[in-house]
Design a protein around this ligand. Structure first.
Ligand code: ZN
Length: 380
């Protein structure tokens, strides 16, 4: 199966994709080719994640899944409101293909081998990425062919990819169940929230960034719990509870941070922070690591004796080293450290004040049975 979207919605979603400037369409017919095979896998994994949440939250709304094939290999995902209690999550197939290619190359590096204690049989890497810095080069490796990592390595890579997909899907579900479509954009009669939507209006961008942070936190909270509850193939019987927890945490963090890292295309500039409707990937990375510390101190999640600052910092540094080693480019590094040191006044205050302002509107239409994150600042 490639989609469960009712036939009469396929046309309007295709029109929306086109209106948004994408060269793609919803996969419907199984052609028996590799594209259809991959499309079925994306649909199955996405459906699995959505069904899990529907059951977990006892939701009655219908959430369909559509997979888009895009000739330009754009990386995109979208939450759409179709009608009353009817929604659709649209996943671009390129998102999973490119994540897979990049992940194989990151895992083939000495930095990843050391971090995950892996010894993989990796054949010589022929193609090398091109780019003026690690941002361009990291983008470029996702378009290269995937590297074969051998049985153990490929299986581990598939696990990391599943978690990356799970995180992306949970982020979209966050937009739907937390009521974000109350303030979404509208085109062709459909309300939607798009990832990487270029917008020029600073005020609109602050609202949008508040929603993105909330969807990120929603995904992080659920995906962390799922990841920590899933035994790994390689777990040792003699490992302590703390060691097991850290061993399950590291692949999740690596996959989640590697997705967010791919959203940055240039060094962080504080002056242009609100020129986009999404916060820079590095700020999202640092926000989610900070959210984990909050969840630990509030015991929302039992992290056992894990030192989250150490594990989170080490994962971010390993990811950056792996990107340099995989791309052969060791220029300016990433944005994670500059993002961690951004003052609250510059990002948190404007974005969370906006969260406080839209909070009543979101609360009125949210689907989740759980409470939304309470406002921490006066509305503005
Ligand atoms: Zn989003």
């Amino acid at each position: 199966m490639l989609t469960d979207l009712p036939n009469h919605w396929v046309g309007p979603i295709n029109q929306l994709v086109k209106d948004l400037g994408y060269n793609g369409s919803v996969l419907v017919a199984d052609e028996g080719d590799p594209v259809s095979e991959h499309g079925k896998l994306v649909f199955k994994n996405t459906r699995h994640v959505v069904d899990n949440v529907i059951q977990h939250m006892a939701l009655t709304a219908k959430i369909y899944v559509a997979v888009v094939i895009d000739a330009d290999r754009s990386f995109q995902a979208c939450a759409v409101r179709l009608g009353k209690d009817e929604f659709c999550i649209v996943m671009w197939m390129a998102a999973t293909i490119r994540t897979s290619a990049a992940m194989s190359r990151l895992l083939a590096t000495p930095a990843a081998a050391e971090f995950f204690s892996l010894s993989l049989q990796v054949s010589a890497v022929s193609d090398v990425a091109q780019g003026e810095n690690t941002f361009a080069a990291y983008d470029a490796i996702s378009l290269l062919p995937r590297i074969d990592l051998g049985d153990v390595g490929n299986s581990f890579r598939r696990y990391l990819e599943f978690m990356a997909t799970e995180w992306l899907v949970m982020h979209e579900i966050g937009h739907i169940v937390n009521g974000h479509l109350a303030v979404g954009s509208t085109a062709n009669g459909l309300t939607y929230i798009l990832e990487q939507d270029p917008a020029a209006d600073r005020d609109y961008n602050i609202t949008s960034q508040a929603l993105e942070v909330d969807a990120d936190c929603f995904a992080n909270m659920f995906c962390l719990q799922y990841s920590l509850g899933r035994p790994l193939d390689v777990e040792k019987d003699e490992a302590s509870q703390d060691e097991i927890l850290v061993a399950r945490l590291k692949p999740y963090l690596f996959s989640m941070l590697s997705v967010l890292r791919s959203f940055d295309h240039a060094p962080l500039k504080v002056e242009t922070l609100f020129d986009s409707d999404h916060p820079p990937g590095c700020i999202r990375m640092s926000y989610l690591l900070a959210q984990m510390l909050t969840m630990q101190s509030e015991t929302t999640i039992d992290f056992k004796g894990a030192n989250l600052v150490e594990v989170g910092g080490l994962t971010a540094v390993t990811l950056e080293r792996a990107i340099s080693q995989a791309t052969g480019i060791n220029s300016q590094g990433g944005n994670f450290l500059p993002a961690v040191s951004i003052p609250d006044e510059v990002f948190r205050k404007p974005v969370l004040s906006r969260w406080a302002r839209i909070y009543p509107e979101l609360n009125a239409i949210k689907l989740t049975p759980f409470k939304l994150a309470p406002p921490q600042y006066p509305p503005a």
